[in-house]
Design a protein around this ligand. Structure first.
Ligand code: ZN
Length: 256
């Protein structure tokens, strides 16, 4: 059995039987891992207070030769996730960010770019970045890294420049111009196209310095959601929960 240490982002924690917990975490070198934290549910466990989803931690684990489930020996928080734990919206957002990696990252496969994306997004959120903008940026980049993000430069069919706006045809994987779209599909405006272009070359800090309008963020969010659903063939569980939760809240709680 070999002993391995790595920086990790905790994605998911659930109880296993009476005393233990199962932790899913993302590493740069080895992708997604699942491990059991023995005794983590006991009162004076060495894991007490450490198993926070979306926290960054130094994890050391035993890798059994023929098992997918590793055994976590120690876990030391290097960046707690407290900035997402103080309010309902933050908790939902955390689950949503983690869900992307649970779906898109592979087990035991180097995932440097996905790791860096989640890590820098969390870093920005911890520093007070706008949650809406950070989420849109993150969604776009998850799709880009998965190779399913359409070019936002010109119409897929007639090569017209898309600066004035674009259309994602029903079931489509690429953007076309308004004329080729023929009034069907999801229309996005010039502002949304500009945000797609900017997100390819600017980081969150630069985007935040010249933030797009809320309506632009909403358009881009809907576009990403459609592309993601058609790629995964299903909706992320947390995306459904967020929609249902926000729908059940009084109107002013949604924006707060
Ligand atoms: Zn066209």
């Amino acid at each position: 059995m070999s002993l391995v240490s790595a920086d990790a982002l905790l994605l998911d924690v659930f109880d296993l039987q009476e005393h233990d917990r199962i932790v899913t975490f993302l590493t740069a070198e080895r992708g997604k891992k699942r491990g059991v934290a023995r005794g983590a549910r006991r009162k004076h466990s060495r894991f007490a207070g450490q198993l926070q989803p979306l926290a960054r931690a130094r994890v050391t684990w035993f890798e059994p030769p023929r098992s997918e489930l590793v055994r976590i020996r120690s876990l030391e928080l290097t960046r707690p996730a407290t900035f997402l734990q103080g309010d309902l919206e933050g908790l939902l957002l955390g689950a949503y960010l983690a869900d992307h990696m649970l779906e898109f990252a592979q087990e035991n496969e180097a995932s440097h770019e996905l790791f860096r994306l989640l890590d820098t997004t969390l870093e920005a959120l911890a520093a007070g970045a706008d949650r809406d903008l950070a989420t849109r940026y993150y969604e776009l980049w998850v799709l880009r890294l998965a190779g399913v993000f359409p070019a936002a430069s010109e119409c897929l069919e007639c090569s017209r420049d898309l600066a004035a706006g674009a259309v994602l045809p029903p079931g489509g994987e690429g953007l076309v111009c308004g004329r080729c779209g023929g009034g069907r599909g999801l229309e996005i405006g010039g502002g949304a196209v500009e945000l797609l272009r900017r997100s390819a070359r600017e980081n969150l800090v630069a985007l935040g310095a010249r933030p797009p309008a809320k309506s632009v963020l909403a358009e881009v969010g809907e576009l990403s959601a459609r592309l993601r659903r058609s790629f995964l063939q299903h909706e992320l569980k947390s995306a459904r929960v967020i929609r249902e939760t926000l729908a059940g809240l009084p109107p002013d709680a949604e924006t707060g």
